[in-house]
Design a protein around this ligand. Structure first.
Ligand SMILES: Nc1ncnc2c1ncn2[C@@H]1O[C@H](COP(=O)(O)OP(=O)(O)O)[C@@H](O)[C@H]1O
Ligand SMILES: [Mg+2]
Length: 145
């Protein structure tokens, strides 16, 4: 599925729509692997996703690597920007998050290619040339939704 957005709030809406589709499909455990350069809207997308579940306060977890949001569902929001190898992931307890009930959303999943669990949903956001506020969002739905 490909969507085009013209503002951060529209990108949030696309995130919220994905959350709704997962929720309505009864999928309570998923890994969302986000790709896209700095400032493209990965955190905006995540904010929208979380907002569907009534979770607010989503910020880029750049220094903490992972922010845990607990609500009707749990959301584990990762920023893999600073992750260099498997040891870094091990030190944050990555495997336990992946197995935990709820959703993992990882910004900069490009940096953990080999560690993305099978069945992950890939969300790639890119800029649209000549349109500073426009984004293309590709959601890879090989997975079950
Ligand atoms: N269509 C759009 N979708 C998402 N963000 C947009 C869009 N147009 C402009 N922006 C701006 O781009 C920035 C995206 O920031 P953020 O979500 O933190 O990106 P990332 O997490 O990918 O680094 C924000 O300043 C936002 O206002
Ligand atoms: Mg971010």
């Amino acid at each position: 599925m490909t969507k085009y957005t013209k503002s951060a709030s529209e990108t949030e809406r696309v995130g919220a729509d994905l959350a709704e589709r997962l929720d309505k499909a009864g999928i309570t455990h998923a890994f969302i692997a986000m790709r896209g350069e700095m400032g493209v809207g990965k955190t905006a997308f995540t904010r929208g996703f979380a907002s569907y579940f009534g979770i607010s306060g989503v910020k880029s977890p750049t220094y903490t690597i992972v922010n845990e949001h607990r609500g009707r569902v749990n959301i584990y929001h990762f920023d893999m920007y600073r992750i260099c190898d498997g040891d870094d992931l091990y030190s944050i307890g990555y495997d336990d998050y992946v197995d935990a009930d709820g959703y993992c959303i990882a910004e900069w999943s490009e940096n953990i290619e080999g560690e993305i669990p099978e069945g992950a949903i890939f969300v790639t956001i890119s800029r649209v040339e000549g349109h500073p506020d426009e984004r293309r969002i590709d959601i890879d739905e090989n997975s079950c939704i």
